[in-house]
Design a protein around this ligand. Structure first.
Ligand SMILES: Cc1ncc(COP(=O)(O)O)c(C=O)c1O
Length: 395
């Protein structure tokens, strides 16, 4: 059995039990509130094949937003797909529609493709663009600049799209209302569900599904959890919809996959300069915060086995740094703590969402990934080496 001291660093660690807990909580929250539900897993959030296969086994639909992601879902054997996004490929779009995937249109060219193809049987939904910011001031990602996805309710493009589908003899199966927000608040989901009700009434829609999207918190104390969101969504939706006629679709990503994943780095060197102690590690900010937007990281120090931290001298300040050659690859400052030494490990918690999929091939290649289950570690991705780095190149 592999112990943490033996793991190759840097690496990601997926804690299986925590992942399963999140999946179970999502499903029970949905079942308790809207028995006819579909859960999609957002590929873009973390598309590690092991993760995707686990989501498939757990009954998730693949929620994909590009031809590459669509092809990946098919390659891994997902039979249920939700195809979203503003830039779908024509080949995969038509294949998905004809093959019975849930296809949420986001662009006029997708309506053109349908028209040209003559296809009429399939599940077509429309991504709705509306002024959510005025309902939830300061909460949306784009704030007053307004969201850019979907067909606009206010300008009439949504109504036109509904009419075009009807003209082509294609049933409008659903509405897609995903909104990425800054706050991930319950109020956002209330507003989305209210909009779904309003559109049903205004355009007299008979829908097979309302897709409320992703964007939830997960696994954080003092933050809403799946039961809070689903209860609030149900309360609004049931004013205009019944579970018997209309399924509720959700597309979580980060709420499921951020909590169970950690990142481990090892101390490789300590140096003293005129400003103090720098602790160099073999991990990088790029691996846990690729957009360099976070102000702090959940972390824990693992002092090397056999060497009691209590016996070490304490240091006023130690600056923990990454392996890249960027000055700003500094992760945090340890104050009044035992001196770190080569071989000590640092664990960063809750780093599963928008990390592995956004890390660059900068200076070092992709790190290994392990799954931890009942204290045992299994490697589910080898670290990338030169072989992978040069593949598909001609030189
Ligand atoms: C259409 C769509 N669905 C689902 C998600 C997943 O969001 P999150 O990872 O915040 O749950 C996103 C993320 O941007 C998205 O664009």
């Amino acid at each position: 059995m592999m112990r943490w001291e033996e793991l190759e660093t840097p690496c990601y660690l997926i804690h299986r039990a925590e992942l399963e807990q999140g999946i179970a909580l999502l499903k029970s929250s949905l079942a308790e509130n809207w028995d006819h539900y579909i859960a999609g897993y957002s590929f873009k959030t973390n598309a590690l094949p092991w993760v995707l296969m686990r989501m498939k086994e757990a009954g998730f639909y693949a929620e994909v937003v590009s031809e590459d992601e669509y092809d990946l879902a098919r390659y891994l054997g997902f039979s249920n797909v939700i195809y979203n996004g503003p830039v779908k490929g024509k080949r995969s779009f038509l294949e998905a529609f004809a093959g019975g995937a849930i296809v949420n249109l986001d662009a006029k060219r997708e309506l053109d493709w349908l028209e040209e193809s003559g296809l009429t049987k399939g599940k077509a939904g429309l991504r709705v663009n509306f002024d959510l910011e005025s309902l939830c001031p300061g909460e949306t990602s784009a704030k007053e600049a307004g969201g850019r996805f979907g067909f606009s309710y206010e300008t009439g493009e949504l109504k036109e799209a509904i009419e075009r589908l009807a003209h082509m003899g294609i049933k409008l199966s659903g509405l897609h209302l995903h909104a990425s927000s800054r706050t991930r608040s319950i109020a956002i989901y209330r507003a989305l569900a209210q909009m779904a009700c309003r559109l049903k009434q205004e355009y007299d829609l008979q829908l097979d599904y309302v897709d409320i999207g992703g964007g939830y918190f997960g696994g954080l104390e003092n933050r809403p959890k799946f039961p809070d969101y689903m209860k609030a969504i149900r309360k609004e939706l049931e004013r205009a919809y019944t579970p018997k006629e209309t399924a509720l679709i959700v597309e979580p990503g980060t709420s499921l996959i951020t909590p169970p994943i950690e990142y481990m780095s090892a101390v490789v060197d300590c140096k003293d300069t005129y400003t103090g102690r720098f602790v160099v590690t073999d991990g990088s900010r790029s691996d846990i915060d690729p957009l360099h937007g976070k102000e702090s990281y959940f972390h824990q120090i693992l002092y090397y086995a056999g060497d009691q931290a209590a016996e070490r001298k304490r240091m006023k300040k130690q600056v923990i740094c990454g392996y890249t050659c960027m000055e700003n690859d500094r992760l945090f400052v340890l104050e009044d703590q035992p001196e770190l030494r080569e071989g000590d490990r640092i664990l960063y918690q809750k780093v599963g969402g928008y990390t592995m999929c956004l890390t660059p091939l900068f200076i070092r290649y992709f790190p290994a990934v392990y799954v931890e289950e009942a204290g045992e570690y299994t490697r589910v991705r080898e670290r990338w080496t030169v072989q992978e780095a040069v593949q598909k190149n001609h030189y």
